[in-house]
Design a protein around this ligand. Structure first.
Ligand code: SAM
Length: 300
Protein backbone atom coordinates (compact mmCIF):
# COMPACT_ATOMS: atom_id res chain seq x y z
CA UNK A 1 0.00 0.00 0.00
CA UNK A 2 1.41 3.41 -0.90
CA UNK A 3 1.87 6.19 1.75
CA UNK A 4 -0.94 8.77 1.78
CA UNK A 5 0.18 11.95 0.02
CA UNK A 6 1.28 14.66 2.47
CA UNK A 7 -1.00 17.71 2.41
CA UNK A 8 0.28 20.45 0.09
CA UNK A 9 2.05 23.40 1.76
CA UNK A 10 -0.12 26.53 1.82
CA UNK A 11 1.08 28.90 -0.89
CA UNK A 12 3.57 31.52 0.36
CA UNK A 13 2.01 34.94 -0.24
CA UNK A 14 4.04 37.14 -2.57
CA UNK A 15 5.57 40.20 -0.88
CA UNK A 16 3.37 43.26 -1.12
CA UNK A 17 3.99 45.81 -3.82
CA UNK A 18 5.70 49.03 -2.68
CA UNK A 19 2.87 51.01 -4.31
CA UNK A 20 0.25 49.18 -2.20
CA UNK A 21 2.25 49.55 1.02
CA UNK A 22 2.68 53.23 0.29
CA UNK A 23 -1.03 53.76 -0.28
CA UNK A 24 -2.08 51.78 2.81
CA UNK A 25 0.52 53.52 5.00
CA UNK A 26 -0.54 56.97 3.81
CA UNK A 27 -4.18 56.10 4.50
CA UNK A 28 -3.38 55.00 8.04
CA UNK A 29 -1.32 58.11 8.70
CA UNK A 30 -4.08 60.35 7.28
CA UNK A 31 -6.64 58.68 9.56
CA UNK A 32 -4.31 59.33 12.53
CA UNK A 33 -4.24 63.06 11.72
CA UNK A 34 -0.68 63.27 10.39
CA UNK A 35 -0.28 66.52 8.44
CA UNK A 36 1.57 65.23 5.35
CA UNK A 37 0.65 61.52 5.24
CA UNK A 38 1.95 60.82 1.72
CA UNK A 39 5.31 62.49 2.39
CA UNK A 40 5.70 60.70 5.73
CA UNK A 41 4.76 57.34 4.17
CA UNK A 42 7.40 57.84 1.46
CA UNK A 43 10.03 58.88 4.01
CA UNK A 44 9.30 55.91 6.31
CA UNK A 45 9.62 53.50 3.38
CA UNK A 46 12.79 55.27 2.28
CA UNK A 47 14.16 54.77 5.79
CA UNK A 48 13.51 51.01 5.95
CA UNK A 49 14.71 50.54 2.36
CA UNK A 50 17.81 52.70 3.01
CA UNK A 51 16.74 54.66 -0.05
CA UNK A 52 15.44 58.16 -0.77
CA UNK A 53 11.93 59.52 -1.32
CA UNK A 54 12.63 59.57 -5.06
CA UNK A 55 13.88 55.98 -4.85
CA UNK A 56 10.63 54.89 -3.19
CA UNK A 57 8.51 56.72 -5.77
CA UNK A 58 10.49 55.02 -8.56
CA UNK A 59 10.08 51.59 -6.89
CA UNK A 60 6.32 52.16 -6.69
CA UNK A 61 6.12 53.10 -10.37
CA UNK A 62 8.23 50.07 -11.41
CA UNK A 63 5.90 47.74 -9.47
CA UNK A 64 8.69 46.56 -7.13
CA UNK A 65 7.77 44.40 -4.18
CA UNK A 66 8.79 45.25 -0.61
CA UNK A 67 11.41 42.84 0.81
CA UNK A 68 10.21 40.90 3.87
CA UNK A 69 12.82 42.48 6.17
CA UNK A 70 11.71 45.98 5.18
CA UNK A 71 8.08 45.06 5.75
CA UNK A 72 8.90 43.79 9.26
CA UNK A 73 10.89 46.94 10.05
CA UNK A 74 8.16 49.23 8.72
CA UNK A 75 5.21 47.93 10.78
CA UNK A 76 6.23 49.27 14.23
CA UNK A 77 7.38 52.57 12.73
CA UNK A 78 3.97 53.14 11.17
CA UNK A 79 2.30 52.32 14.49
CA UNK A 80 4.52 54.84 16.27
CA UNK A 81 3.93 57.53 13.64
CA UNK A 82 0.17 56.92 13.96
CA UNK A 83 0.64 57.57 17.70
CA UNK A 84 2.15 60.91 16.50
CA UNK A 85 5.78 60.31 17.42
CA UNK A 86 7.71 62.77 15.21
CA UNK A 87 8.89 61.34 11.91
CA UNK A 88 12.39 62.64 12.66
CA UNK A 89 12.53 60.63 15.90
CA UNK A 90 11.69 57.50 13.92
CA UNK A 91 14.29 58.05 11.21
CA UNK A 92 16.77 59.66 13.64
CA UNK A 93 17.48 62.38 11.10
CA UNK A 94 16.32 65.93 10.35
CA UNK A 95 17.36 67.82 7.22
CA UNK A 96 18.53 71.39 7.81
CA UNK A 97 19.76 73.40 4.83
CA UNK A 98 22.62 71.30 3.40
CA UNK A 99 22.97 69.21 6.59
CA UNK A 100 21.41 65.99 7.89
CA UNK A 101 21.30 66.32 11.67
CA UNK A 102 20.87 63.55 14.21
CA UNK A 103 17.83 64.08 16.44
CA UNK A 104 15.79 62.15 18.98
CA UNK A 105 14.26 62.42 22.44
CA UNK A 106 15.62 65.37 24.43
CA UNK A 107 16.34 67.74 21.57
CA UNK A 108 14.18 70.18 19.59
CA UNK A 109 13.66 68.98 16.01
CA UNK A 110 14.97 71.75 13.71
CA UNK A 111 12.22 73.25 11.55
CA UNK A 112 12.20 74.40 7.92
CA UNK A 113 11.32 77.98 8.99
CA UNK A 114 14.56 78.18 10.98
CA UNK A 115 16.48 77.67 7.72
CA UNK A 116 15.45 81.22 6.77
CA UNK A 117 16.52 82.53 10.19
CA UNK A 118 19.90 80.89 9.62
CA UNK A 119 20.03 82.58 6.20
CA UNK A 120 19.64 86.02 7.85
CA UNK A 121 22.53 85.19 10.18
CA UNK A 122 24.68 83.82 7.35
CA UNK A 123 24.03 86.88 5.16
CA UNK A 124 25.00 89.20 8.03
CA UNK A 125 28.13 87.14 8.73
CA UNK A 126 29.21 87.10 5.08
CA UNK A 127 28.81 90.89 4.92
CA UNK A 128 31.42 91.44 7.67
CA UNK A 129 34.71 92.78 6.34
CA UNK A 130 36.94 90.55 8.45
CA UNK A 131 39.06 87.45 7.79
CA UNK A 132 37.56 85.73 10.83
CA UNK A 133 34.22 87.23 11.88
CA UNK A 134 32.70 85.82 15.08
CA UNK A 135 29.14 84.52 15.45
CA UNK A 136 27.27 82.94 18.35
CA UNK A 137 24.17 80.74 18.48
CA UNK A 138 22.44 80.91 21.87
CA UNK A 139 20.24 77.87 22.67
CA UNK A 140 21.72 75.74 19.92
CA UNK A 141 19.84 72.45 20.51
CA UNK A 142 20.79 70.09 17.66
CA UNK A 143 23.36 72.69 16.60
CA UNK A 144 21.34 73.56 13.50
CA UNK A 145 21.97 77.32 13.23
CA UNK A 146 25.55 77.12 14.53
CA UNK A 147 26.52 74.31 12.15
CA UNK A 148 24.88 76.07 9.20
CA UNK A 149 26.88 79.23 9.96
CA UNK A 150 30.11 77.29 10.53
CA UNK A 151 29.85 75.23 7.34
CA UNK A 152 28.46 77.95 5.06
CA UNK A 153 30.80 80.69 6.27
CA UNK A 154 33.94 78.61 6.80
CA UNK A 155 36.18 81.61 7.51
CA UNK A 156 33.98 82.55 10.50
CA UNK A 157 34.56 81.42 14.09
CA UNK A 158 31.27 80.21 15.56
CA UNK A 159 30.38 79.63 19.22
CA UNK A 160 27.24 77.82 20.39
CA UNK A 161 25.69 77.62 23.88
CA UNK A 162 23.15 75.14 25.24
CA UNK A 163 22.08 74.49 28.85
CA UNK A 164 20.00 71.32 28.56
CA UNK A 165 21.92 68.14 29.42
CA UNK A 166 19.72 66.05 27.13
CA UNK A 167 19.95 68.45 24.19
CA UNK A 168 23.71 68.92 24.56
CA UNK A 169 24.26 65.21 23.87
CA UNK A 170 22.80 65.80 20.40
CA UNK A 171 24.72 69.07 19.94
CA UNK A 172 27.99 67.21 20.49
CA UNK A 173 26.92 64.30 18.29
CA UNK A 174 26.07 66.62 15.40
CA UNK A 175 29.30 68.57 15.86
CA UNK A 176 31.18 65.28 15.53
CA UNK A 177 29.05 64.18 12.54
CA UNK A 178 29.47 67.42 10.60
CA UNK A 179 33.00 68.01 11.83
CA UNK A 180 33.13 71.82 11.72
CA UNK A 181 36.46 72.74 13.29
CA UNK A 182 35.54 76.44 13.40
CA UNK A 183 32.69 75.71 15.88
CA UNK A 184 33.17 75.80 19.67
CA UNK A 185 30.43 74.39 21.93
CA UNK A 186 29.73 75.38 25.52
CA UNK A 187 27.37 73.84 28.02
CA UNK A 188 26.20 77.05 29.69
CA UNK A 189 23.18 79.26 30.30
CA UNK A 190 22.86 81.76 27.46
CA UNK A 191 22.87 84.64 29.97
CA UNK A 192 26.44 83.75 30.99
CA UNK A 193 27.74 82.65 27.61
CA UNK A 194 31.15 83.54 26.25
CA UNK A 195 32.30 86.53 28.36
CA UNK A 196 35.69 86.14 26.61
CA UNK A 197 33.95 87.31 23.39
CA UNK A 198 32.41 90.48 24.85
CA UNK A 199 32.38 93.30 22.29
CA UNK A 200 33.80 91.14 19.46
CA UNK A 201 30.80 89.31 18.02
CA UNK A 202 29.45 90.25 14.58
CA UNK A 203 26.31 88.07 14.63
CA UNK A 204 24.28 86.95 17.63
CA UNK A 205 21.72 84.38 16.45
CA UNK A 206 19.08 82.52 18.41
CA UNK A 207 15.93 80.49 18.07
CA UNK A 208 14.91 80.75 21.73
CA UNK A 209 11.94 79.18 23.50
CA UNK A 210 9.14 81.64 22.67
CA UNK A 211 5.78 79.91 23.25
CA UNK A 212 3.72 81.59 26.01
CA UNK A 213 3.42 79.19 28.96
CA UNK A 214 -0.35 78.76 28.57
CA UNK A 215 -0.32 78.33 24.76
CA UNK A 216 0.05 74.56 24.75
CA UNK A 217 0.76 73.44 21.15
CA UNK A 218 -2.01 71.43 19.49
CA UNK A 219 0.18 69.00 17.51
CA UNK A 220 1.13 65.98 19.65
CA UNK A 221 4.52 65.85 17.90
CA UNK A 222 5.34 69.23 19.48
CA UNK A 223 3.38 69.01 22.74
CA UNK A 224 4.60 65.54 23.70
CA UNK A 225 8.04 65.26 22.11
CA UNK A 226 9.75 68.66 21.87
CA UNK A 227 11.46 69.40 25.21
CA UNK A 228 9.51 71.97 27.31
CA UNK A 229 12.74 73.97 27.80
CA UNK A 230 12.87 74.43 24.03
CA UNK A 231 9.28 75.64 23.77
CA UNK A 232 8.06 77.75 26.67
CA UNK A 233 9.26 81.28 27.28
CA UNK A 234 7.24 82.59 30.24
CA UNK A 235 3.85 84.30 30.45
CA UNK A 236 4.19 86.19 27.15
CA UNK A 237 6.80 83.84 25.66
CA UNK A 238 9.42 86.60 25.61
CA UNK A 239 11.50 85.92 28.75
CA UNK A 240 14.40 84.47 26.76
CA UNK A 241 14.15 87.29 24.20
CA UNK A 242 14.60 89.89 26.97
CA UNK A 243 17.73 88.03 28.14
CA UNK A 244 18.99 87.68 24.56
CA UNK A 245 18.67 91.41 23.98
CA UNK A 246 20.90 92.17 27.00
CA UNK A 247 23.39 89.36 26.29
CA UNK A 248 23.55 90.47 22.65
CA UNK A 249 24.48 94.02 23.70
CA UNK A 250 27.30 92.58 25.82
CA UNK A 251 28.61 90.26 23.08
CA UNK A 252 28.19 92.30 19.89
CA UNK A 253 30.59 94.96 18.70
CA UNK A 254 29.15 98.27 17.41
CA UNK A 255 27.53 97.47 14.05
CA UNK A 256 27.02 93.80 15.03
CA UNK A 257 23.68 92.16 14.23
CA UNK A 258 21.22 90.23 16.39
CA UNK A 259 18.89 87.69 14.69
CA UNK A 260 16.04 86.25 16.78
CA UNK A 261 13.46 83.71 15.62
CA UNK A 262 9.95 84.14 17.05
CA UNK A 263 6.27 83.38 16.65
CA UNK A 264 4.29 85.13 13.94
CA UNK A 265 2.54 87.54 16.35
CA UNK A 266 5.63 88.55 18.34
CA UNK A 267 7.49 90.80 15.87
CA UNK A 268 6.21 94.12 17.20
CA UNK A 269 6.83 93.22 20.86
CA UNK A 270 10.36 92.09 20.07
CA UNK A 271 11.15 95.24 18.07
CA UNK A 272 9.99 97.23 21.12
CA UNK A 273 12.18 95.22 23.51
CA UNK A 274 15.24 95.61 21.29
CA UNK A 275 14.65 99.30 20.62
CA UNK A 276 14.06 100.06 24.32
CA UNK A 277 17.40 98.37 25.11
CA UNK A 278 19.16 100.58 22.57
CA UNK A 279 19.38 98.36 19.48
CA UNK A 280 19.01 100.20 16.14
CA UNK A 281 17.09 99.41 12.95
CA UNK A 282 14.91 96.69 14.48
CA UNK A 283 13.04 95.01 11.64
CA UNK A 284 10.92 91.90 11.32
CA UNK A 285 11.18 89.44 8.42
CA UNK A 286 8.51 87.09 7.02
CA UNK A 287 9.21 83.46 6.13
CA UNK A 288 8.27 81.84 2.79
CA UNK A 289 4.66 81.51 3.95
CA UNK A 290 4.62 85.31 4.64
CA UNK A 291 4.41 84.80 8.42
CA UNK A 292 6.60 87.10 10.53
CA UNK A 293 9.31 84.80 11.74
CA UNK A 294 12.49 86.66 12.71
CA UNK A 295 13.58 90.09 13.94
CA UNK A 296 16.99 91.62 13.39
CA UNK A 297 18.62 94.73 14.85
CA UNK A 298 22.02 96.41 14.88
CA UNK A 299 24.22 97.21 17.90
CA UNK A 300 24.83 100.98 18.20
C1 SAM B 1 13.55 76.33 20.13
S1 SAM B 1 14.97 75.41 20.60
C2 SAM B 1 16.06 75.81 19.24
C3 SAM B 1 17.11 74.79 18.98
C4 SAM B 1 17.93 75.07 17.71
N1 SAM B 1 18.64 76.34 17.81
C5 SAM B 1 17.02 75.11 16.50
O1 SAM B 1 16.79 76.19 15.95
O2 SAM B 1 16.55 74.05 16.09
C6 SAM B 1 15.62 76.38 21.96
C7 SAM B 1 16.87 75.79 22.59
O3 SAM B 1 17.35 76.71 23.58
C8 SAM B 1 17.76 75.96 24.73
N2 SAM B 1 17.68 76.88 25.87
C9 SAM B 1 16.57 77.32 26.51
N3 SAM B 1 16.89 78.15 27.52
C10 SAM B 1 18.25 78.26 27.50
C11 SAM B 1 19.19 78.96 28.31
N4 SAM B 1 18.79 79.74 29.33
N5 SAM B 1 20.50 78.83 28.02
C12 SAM B 1 20.92 78.03 27.00
N6 SAM B 1 20.07 77.34 26.20
C13 SAM B 1 18.75 77.44 26.46
C14 SAM B 1 16.79 74.81 24.78
O4 SAM B 1 17.28 73.76 25.58
C15 SAM B 1 16.67 74.47 23.29
O5 SAM B 1 17.66 73.56 22.90
Amino acid sequence: MSEPASPPHPPVPAPERVADVLRNTAERLRAAGVTDPQVDAELLLAHVLESSRGGVQAAAIRGDRLPEAASVALAPLVDRRCAREPLQHLTGRAPFRSLELAVGPGVFVPRPETEMVAQLAIDALRAVASDAPVAVDLGTGSGAIALAMATEVPHARVYAAENSVDAFIWTKQNHALVGAENLTLAFIDLADAFPELDGTVSVVASNPPYVPDDAIPRDPEVRLYDPPAALYGGADGLDAVRRLSRVGLRLAHPGGTIVIEHGEWQGEAIRQILTADGWLLASTHPDLTTRDRATTAVRP
